[in-house]
Design a protein around this ligand. Sequence first.
Ligand SMILES: NC(=O)c1ccc[n+]([C@@H]2O[C@H](COP(=O)([O-])OP(=O)(O)OC[C@H]3O[C@@H](n4cnc5c(N)ncnc54)[C@H](OP(=O)(O)O)[C@@H]3O)[C@@H](O)[C@H]2O)c1
Length: 348
Amino acid sequence: MAGESGEAVKNKQVIFRDYVSGFPKESAMEVRESTMKLRLPEGSNGLLVKNLYLSCDPYMRTRMAKLDVPGYVDSFKPGSPITGYGVARVLESGHPNFKKGDLLWGFTGWEEYSLITAPETCFKIEHTDVPLSYYTGLLGMPGMTAYAGFFEVCSPKKGETVFISAASGAVGQLVGQFAKLFGCYVVGSAGSKEKVDLLKNKFGFDDAFNYKEELDLDAALKRYFPEGIDIYFENVGGKMLDAVLLNMKIHGRIAACGMISQYNLEQPEGVHNLMNLILKQVRMEGFLVFDYYHLYPKFLEMVLPQIKEGKIVYVEDIAKGLEDAPAALIGLFSGHNVGKQVVVVSQE
Ligand SMILES: NC(=O)c1ccc[n+]([C@@H]2O[C@H](COP(=O)([O-])OP(=O)(O)OC[C@H]3O[C@@H](n4cnc5c(N)ncnc54)[C@H](OP(=O)(O)O)[C@@H]3O)[C@@H](O)[C@H]2O)c1
């Protein structure tokens, strides 16, 4: 645990330097040390927390630019710490839902100690017989994304064919396992041989391929789905989406979860085969996980027993310390991470 209440402690932070265009660099962030008084401001209904694990997520790239999307998250503030999902221990609470010593996951700062001013957006961690870092991934935002995206947006039926891009990542590895347990035929794409091996041998996908080795993505998809695709869980966009559109079955569904191939482009690539949505009566639906957080208790009820029974497994890529956090975040955009990218700040 941290020091006494009111004590001034050193607080290492990852500071966002300035807005970014194009492919982000580590130099967009800077690790600095400041000091912080371990005391809640008078009358605050916030939480003073010690951060334990931080989550690196692709959407954070969108926050490195000046954003103006109503209802979406804000841009990072130049000169202030990066903010994002993390797992933390409560040191002092001014909010009735939390008390000193509680563990939570939710929005916090990329620093050792944070003042959380919107505790109502945080989830109290009640189950600690699983690795705590899972609350940045499998049992946190990415897990809920996989669950809501697959079961709520894709409307799956047993026996259907499912294709997942960025399939070995934080979200994709879970979508594939949920789809297999549900009784679907599942194929994933990923960017290396190591990742393809994981998909086939650890996560139990029926098949997988390395998209970087396929000169013709349409031909590759026809090889794995000779009868077509019922469900596409979209994580990458761009050329892959265009190839998938040519291979959808009638009344297929596309859950537009993310389009990471477009995040660093100054000009989006554009999509050419959208007519297939009409010809094949395909439903393509974008979604944000925030709209589904009310399902979190139902999700936990399903997934906790599956973890304990070994039916769901999870691969994490752990960066050690805030010094390594900028590289870990940037690494998402070149596929450096194998599994969910986590940063350990403290293991207490
Ligand atoms: N809608 C929502 O609410 C929501 C919530 C969470 C996440 N998301 C989205 O879901 C997607 C997956 O997120 P995640 O957290 O699971 O990330 P992740 O898959 O763990 O990490 C990102 C992966 O994307 C792949 N990638 C990077 N650049 C690429 C490119 N140019 N073309 C193709 N693939 C590329 C890399 O894998 P390879 O080595 O396989 O290329 C990389 O490892 C992202 O698009 C993210 O924005 C959406």
